[in-house]
Ligand binder design. Structure first.
Ligand code: ADP
Ligand code: MG
Length: 242
């Protein structure tokens, strides 16, 4: 079994058809060790969100392979992929993606209910309490601040205890201080449960908090700031010797 939780090999993907076709991922390879945090940076339109969708099994490759925790996603049927995602991958979006007519508790319980967990509401309640929303369980998204809505989304993503947490500009819609609190929460949860965290951000300060920064440009890895010692373990705060 590989030490890598994520192995992306020669990933190639074109989206859209005809004159609207865009070659979004160009022979991209990326391996990420279990338990690490990686910040993905790059200009708008460079393929960052698409890369995350591929890692989450929400977008299929034209060529190449994505393997998560030893499972190659390509050969999986849609149903198998959905089940795998539910068990192994939590996703947080910039715009929260909560269901408006469901309470915070109901929102956080959705993935657990889909997985047939009888304790869905107990686990969701505990997850919401751990992100500081124990007093907001019965609130609807429209009754919550942006930061609180993102906390619900994080609780929903983390409640099934996924091995991989993917976040696409999780602080992009929040003010600076709220964004920092949300980042604190993501990193605390990651450290506590050993989750692998891959996040896209435009904020260099947020990316700098990750073990590693990967720069994407025009569908390619432009710079991979892999910090590592000889034994392959990460060293905080320094680039590997070249
Ligand atoms: P980023 O997140 O880095 O801003 P995206 O991954 O969202 O970039 O998009 C990368 C490129 O792919 C952009 O040029 C975008 O317009 C294009 N693109 C994304 N989705 C589609 C699609 N469904 N059809 C055609 N082009 C797309
Ligand atoms: Mg994007």
């Amino acid at each position: 079994m590989s030490a890598f939780l994520i192995e992306l090999k020669n990933a190639d993907l074109t989206l859209g058809a005809g004159s609207a076709a865009v070659h979004v991922l160009k022979n991209m390879s990326l391996s990420i060790e279990a338990g690490h945090s990686v910040g993905i940076l790059g200009p708008s339109g460079s393929g960052k969100s698409t890369l995350l969708m591929v890692l989450a099994g929400l977008e299929r490759l034209d060529r190449g392979e994505v393997t998560i925790d030893g499972t190659a996603l390509g050969p999986l049927s849609e149903d198998a992929l959905a089940a795998f995602r539910g068990e192994n991958i939590g996703i947080v979006f910039q715009s929260f993606h909560l269901i408006a007519n469901m309470t915070a508790l109901e929102n956080a319980a959705i993935p657990l209910e889909l997985a047939g967990r009888r304790d869905a509401f107990d686990v969701a309640r505990a997850a919401l309490t751990s992100v500081g929303l124990g007093e907001r369980l019965e609130h609807y998204p429209g009754q919550l601040s942006g930061g609180e809505q993102q906390r619900v989304a994080i609780a929903r993503a983390l409640a099934p205890r996924p091995a991989l947490l993917i976040a696409d500009e999780p602080t992009g819609n929040l003010d600076g201080e709220t964004g920092r609190q949300i980042a604190d929460l993501l990193f605390a949860a990651q450290k506590e449960s050993g989750t692998t965290l891959v996040l896209v951000t435009h904020d260099p300060a947020l990316a700098a908090r990750c073990d590693r920064q990967v720069h994407v440009r025009s569908g390619e890895i432009a710079d991979d700031g892999l910090k590592g010692s000889d034994d392959g373990h990460p060293v905080q705060g320094g680039r590997a010797a070249e």
